[in-house]
Design a protein around this ligand. Sequence first.
Ligand code: KIV
Length: 257
Amino acid sequence: MPKISLKKINSLKKNKIGISALTSYDASFAKLADNCGIDIILVGDSLGEVIQGNPNTHTVTMNDMCYHTKIVSKAIKKAFLIADMPKNSYKTKTQALKNAKKLVAKNMADMIKIEFKEKDIEVIKYLISHNILVCSHIGVLPQTIKNKSDYKKVGKTIDEANRLINESVLIEKLGSQMLVVECIDEQVAKIISRKLHIPVIGIGSGKSCDGQIRVIYDIFGISFNGIPGFLKPKNIKLNPMKKILEKYITNTNKYKL
Ligand code: KIV
């Protein structure tokens, strides 16, 4: 099967077929997801939590992102690959372009992702004018919160809902080709998904988005800082990997030495 293009992902939205997306950071998980038929893989800066064991994503560097993006890009054959721009890597237009180019160089990422703040408008325009494909991210922005307990649904008040809807319309106008909506009110996420022409991929934002993204370690129930509320408890069979490891340990303990 050929590599999944942005055109193909757009056609999934058009035909109302849910787009599947997962994070990956290493070759084995990336290959597993790719072989299973995932549409999009994101090398997320969530690696700061699940790989590095930090309370948040803030310490992730460009070097970390390049390292993991290179590994994942080599391991997959089909999935569309997005890489996160980590905190402090897009403070100015020129810094952003220099760093984005590192992630898309040598056929690594197909697109980069930025956590959208109003001050980033010029950065986004600049990247797009230099042919970088940009996915914007709104709602809860992990680069601005300290730990899991700061995750709160946004968009519940009329003012917040209007702000999110206006932001998403602006993001599409700027030329972003995809939008991630994290932990936003389900009705607001639905309105945004219907209003925009670009694919809207949700996490903790209900089932009406054009697609869903999850941190792969959350799906397996092994994330270092615990599983986010919206995946607990019914959506996840708690820790299938733990059972496999426990079985291995008990079996080994039975060996007669
Ligand atoms: O870094 C990440 O894993 C993300 C997803 C939660 C969307 O940005």
